[in-house]
Design a protein around this ligand. Structure first.
Ligand code: ADP
Ligand code: MG
Length: 244
């Protein structure tokens, strides 16, 4: 496989909260078009890394680069406009609004906002078709089940026309059938040229999707490589078996 171009580069990143060193000296890069996995036990710093990349947190030291451009000092809304989108571990849709309007609002932000509310609604309908929610368009978001709310989150992120999508535990709480459908959706997004970074505990899903993964423990990267390599790494095995 020909080496790709780094879309996202994280270099020497540090972040502490009071006495907790959440991210320590973290370096990794994600190439255009790949699905990169960020693994690690609860509290190992995965969501903090997403916050540092999306710009909702500032690093104590180190740098995030996107398309070769340093994001130091760049606020979150400008990062969204540059093409970085994310979903949250806890679903954040606007419960009282319709499914369609949740997506239409997101379509008014990001890299190339829709020119009008009517256009935003039209394009939101297409996005709902892509994630399989077209039939639910007029329902209040509160009436969706968990799997559907996660899909709504994905379509809201896609509405900002990202180049990089950060997915924080997208399979949590889903049944095997729903996980399967979600895997197919992410493969399709990748085939359409999107680059994905996935934080996930679901090992079969990680194996199915990710070409490369990094494993964090107490904010430090302790292994990186293919899912096979990393999940077979002795320190990773020890952590999974509670000997870490
Ligand atoms: P993960 O997503 O891997 O479960 P997090 O990035 O959420 O881990 O958390 C890493 C560590 O940083 C944990 O010890 C967590 O309690 C702490 N932490 C995360 N966010 C904050 C915050 N906003 N304030 C204080 N501590 C935080
Ligand atoms: Mg987390």
């Amino acid at each position: 496989m020909a080496p790709g171009r780094a879309l996202l580069e994280v270099h020497g990143l540090w972040k502490a909260f009071g006495g907790v060193q959440a991210v320590r000296d973290l370096t990794f890069s994600v190439e255009e078009g790949e699905i990169f996995g960020l693994l690690g036990p609860n509290g190992s710093g995965k969501t903090t890394v997403f916050n540092l990349v999306a710009g909702t947190l500032r690093p104590d030291r180190g740098e995030v680069r996107f398309r070769g451009i340093s994001l130091n000092g760049v606020p979150a809304h400008r990062r969204a406009a540059m093409g970085i989108a994310r979903t949250f571990q806890l679903v954040r849709s606007l419960a009282h609004l319709s499914v369609l309007d949740n997506v239409a609002i997101a379509r008014l932000y990001g890299a190339s906002p829709a020119p009008s509310v009517a256009a935003a609604r039209r394009e939101a309908e297409e996005l709902l078709g892509l994630v399989g929610l077209r039939e639910k368009a007029s329902l209040p978001a509160a009436q969706l089940n968990l799997a559907e709310r996660r899909r709504l989150e994905v379509s809201r992120a896609l509405a900002t026309r990202p180049r990089l999508l950060l997915l924080d535990e997208p399979f949590a709480g889903l049944n095997p059938e729903e996980v399967h459908a979600e895997i197919a959706l992410f493969q399709r997004l990748r085939a359409e040229g999107l680059t994905l970074v996935l934080v996930e505990h679901n090992v079969p899903a990680v194996r199915a999707l990710c070409g490369r993964v990094a494993f964090l423990n107490s904010g430090e990267k302790i292994a990186e490589g293919t899912p096979e390599e990393v999940l077979g790494h002795p320190r990773v095995v020890d952590i999974y078996l509670g000997r870490g």
